[in-house]
Design a protein around this ligand. Structure first.
Ligand code: ADP
Ligand code: MG
Length: 700
């Protein structure tokens, strides 16, 4: 049975097949329900019209009423601009368009009243409004009188076919003439509505499109944001709770043999309190009889690898194999070597499998793996391939999760008939709100303590003018026996140019630090893996003093003797990337330095990023700042996951609503996991219908 809301948008009065097609293609609106959820992105109070004279440099958005008194086109074909003079009783201002110039010119009329809305900027000492919203001051607007009017986003194509904000608004009005309260039944359990004082779904929908007043708009938005976040959390917690029931996990009962040997004899240092706490959490999981899906967050250098290794030993003591997957060749190599080193004398079989292991060597590993002769397999994405078959895989460790998509995580599950325990490690601290949304189905452990004896890294900002002094400082450090990283940006779109920068940099550094007193290595993404590895190993062994590199060294690489990190064009890096890079130093007992090199002129945002870096070493603070500066869509870890496609809620601003939504979902799943109580039936039905439609498809 299709409900009214599921009707094809074509059937809405005033739409019809051609515009229906346009709405599907341009606005992603397919059904009545989609149109209902096509929320305005802004509201304007038509009753407030300002005068041009009132504009000051501080003015944000402003609404004006006046007439167009002149038009001119400037620039050439390639970069045409349309400038219109707009005037009211108090003065004039320029309206500027950079796009669709011809089309706009055709539609604008002189000697007619217009309402203009936009953000004034100053150019050559004059105010202008780039790409304003402009519409005729019609009777419709006059009679609309007071009140907030919705503004909908639209595309150029849709606008040409009368589907601009006003056109969309008219259709939503038509829709509300057709739907009654019963078409938008409430599905939120009454106890939740009461507890959080949420208005009904129908009232919320009506008021988000046509708010009666500010207060109702606020209530409508709050209700719908809550609903959006609540449904996501509910789904994630359901996945988690079902998984617990369906996927029985292996029980790592014993901890003796290898674990004891390692802990008592091989481990060279005392674990930090945080490491011990996390191991207890893991131990609890692996004894619970449910499959573990745990995210281990810990700042760079906090010692996640040793926690992973000890967990692998628990698996091995219980007769299982374990594997560890890293995002890059270099990192897989490094894990392999450090684990081999740590396990020296433990009499365990450890193997390395990457894309580079081919032919006989690969065949040998695969055979031994299938026969259960390999205890620990370390590698890259190569581990996911179908041909890689374990005899009895009990634990999968995934390092630096943000490089892997959710799908890859899921693939590892299927490496065994009964899914192995999964430990995901990330050094990119994720703000709480975001973690709840993208990793809502994982349990989270945090290592919030660095191994003792580490000195905080000192971060300094320098410009090109200071270069000689910086080089002098490097010489002093190298004199003391330390090593240095110099990192250049690599941005895919201009890879060739970046490579040139890197090579130029390498040359000038080789000149400033000549042989035989100094040895300089270089590593970048265009090199053959074997060459990359060779250079990297030279640096690891201390045979070279300076490592000139692109961000290939960003993740995980561990050279405790390296004490200086220079980041060139630091303004081109995001905060979390800067933090990751900085984490390559400060791994030994020496005082370490991170020098952020930039040009003289910086945008405000770059300045802020640099200043955050100079002020704190705390990855969590940096992650919060990053989220504020860039928004969740750009954050590491969210790019591939695609789970942050929220229509209304904002993970930065709506943290409180998110917490409430999560708690509510949690309590609900605890008390009624299958939503079988009568008062939860509408919710159950809504979720089931929804799963056929949209939201759930996007979640792992
Ligand atoms: P990350 O969390 O960035 O992966 P690693 O696991 O690479 O950090 O650890 C960084 C360094 O700290 C390694 O050299 C490791 O041996 C060392 N380390 C880890 N835990 C401790 C500890 N409890 N005490 C002293 N050193 C430690
Ligand atoms: Mg690591």
């Amino acid at each position: 049975m299709t409900t009214l809301l599921q009707s094809n948008i074509e059937y809405l009065k005033g739409v019809g097949p051609p515009r229906g097609e346009l709405m599907r293609k341009e606005l992603d609106v397919h059904t009545f329900s989609d149109l209902l959820k096509y929320y305005p992105f802004r509201y304007v109070d038509r009753s407030i019209i300002h005068k041009i004279r009132e504009i000051t440099p501080q003015t944000q958005y402003i609404q004006l009423k006046g007439q167009l008194t002149g038009f001119k086109q400037v620039g050439d074909k390639r970069q045409k601009r349309l400038i219109a003079t707009f005037r009211d009783e108090t003065g004039e201002i320029e309206l500027v368009w950079f796009q669709s110039v011809d089309f706009i010119l055709k539609t604008l009329k002189a000697k007619t009243d217009y309402i203009v809305f936009g953000k004034p900027t100053v150019f050559n000492g004059h105010y202008n409004i780039p790409h304003p919203d402009i519409e005729l001051f019609t009777d419709e607007i006059k009679t609309a009188g007071k009140g907030l009017q919705p503004v909908y986003s639209s595309s150029e194509k849709a606008k040409k076919r009368n589907l601009d904000s006003r056109g969309i608004s008219r259709l939503v009005q038509t829709l509300f003439l057709q739907i009654k309260e019963k078409d938008l039944p409430e599905f939120m359990p009454p106890e939740i509505l009461n507890k959080y004082k949420l208005i009904s779904r129908y009232q919320a929908m009506l008021n988000i499109h046509f708010p009666k007043n500010e207060k109702l708009l606020h209530e409508a938005t709050r209700r719908l944001k809550f609903e959006e976040l609540f449904l996501i959390q509910l789904q994630m917690l359901k996945v988690k709770s079902n998984r617990g029931k369906i996927s029985k996990g292996f029980i790592f009962e014993k901890i003796d043999n290898k674990f004891d040997l390692f802990y008592k004899e091989l481990l060279k240092f005392e674990l930090t309190g945080a490491q011990k706490r996390v191991l207890k959490e893991i131990r609890k999981d692996t004894l619970s009889g449910r499959q573990m899906n745990r995210l281990l967050q810990g700042d760079v250098g906090s010692g996640k690898t040793i926690v992973a290794l000890i967990t692998m030993l628990m698996a091995i003591d219980n007769g299982f194999q374990a594997c560890m997957m890293a995002p890059t060749e270099i990192l897989a190599n490094q894990h392999y070597e450090s684990i081999m080193e740590a396990l020296r004398g433990a009499n365990l079989e450890v193997a390395l499998l990457t894309g580079n292991v081919k032919g006989k060597a690969r065949k040998f590993i695969l055979e031994n793996l299938a026969e259960g002769k390999i205890d620990i397999l370390i590698g890259t994405h190569a581990l996911i391939e179908d041909g890689v078959i374990f005899k009895n895989l009990g634990l999968v460790v995934i390092d630096e999760q943000h490089r892997f998509g959710v799908e890859q995580r899921a693939k590892m599950w299927n490496k065994n008939e009964k899914p192995p325990h999964i430990l995901v490690m990330t050094a990119t601290p994720i703000p709480r709100t975001l973690a709840m949304t993208i990793y809502g189905d994982l349990d989270v452990s945090v290592i919030d303590e660095l191994p003792p004896g580490r000195k905080p890294i000192r971060t300094i900002h320098r410009t090109d003018a200071d270069r000689l002094r910086v080089f002098g400082f490097l010489k002093e450090e190298i004199q003391k026996g330390r090593q240095v990283y110099i990192v250049y940006p690599l941005i895919e779109e201009s890879e060739t140019l970046d490579l040139k920068h890197l090579m130029d940099g390498y040359e000038s550094i080789s000149r400033a630090f000549p042989m035989p007193n100094y040895h300089v290595s270089i590593v970048h993404g265009r090199m053959r893996p074997a060459d990359k590895d060779f250079e990297m190993q030279r640096f690891v062994r201390g045979e070279t003093d300076i490592m000139v590199a692109t961000t290939v060294i960003e993740v995980g690489v561990n050279v405790p003797n390296a004490s200086v990190m220079i980041i060139e064009n630091a303004e081109r890096f995001g905060l979390s990337q800067l933090h990751q890079l900085r984490g390559r130093v400060g791994r030994g007992a020496e005082q370490s330095f991170c020098i952020l090199m930039t040009g003289h002129k910086l945008s405000n945002e770059s300045k802020q990023r640099i200043s955050v870096m100079c002020q704190t070493n705390d990855g969590f603070i940096i992650a919060e700042e990053d989220l504020k500066l860039r928004g969740p869509g750009d954050l590491e870890g969210t790019r591939q996951s695609g789970t942050v496609n929220l229509r209304l809620a904002d993970l930065v601003a709506d943290g409180t609503i998110l917490e409430a939504a999560r708690t509510t979902a949690y309590e609900l799943i605890e008390t009624d996991p299958s939503l079988s109580k009568p008062e939860h039936q509408p919710l159950l039905r809504y979720v089931e219908e929804g799963s056929k439609e949209h939201i759930w498809g996007k979640i792992s």
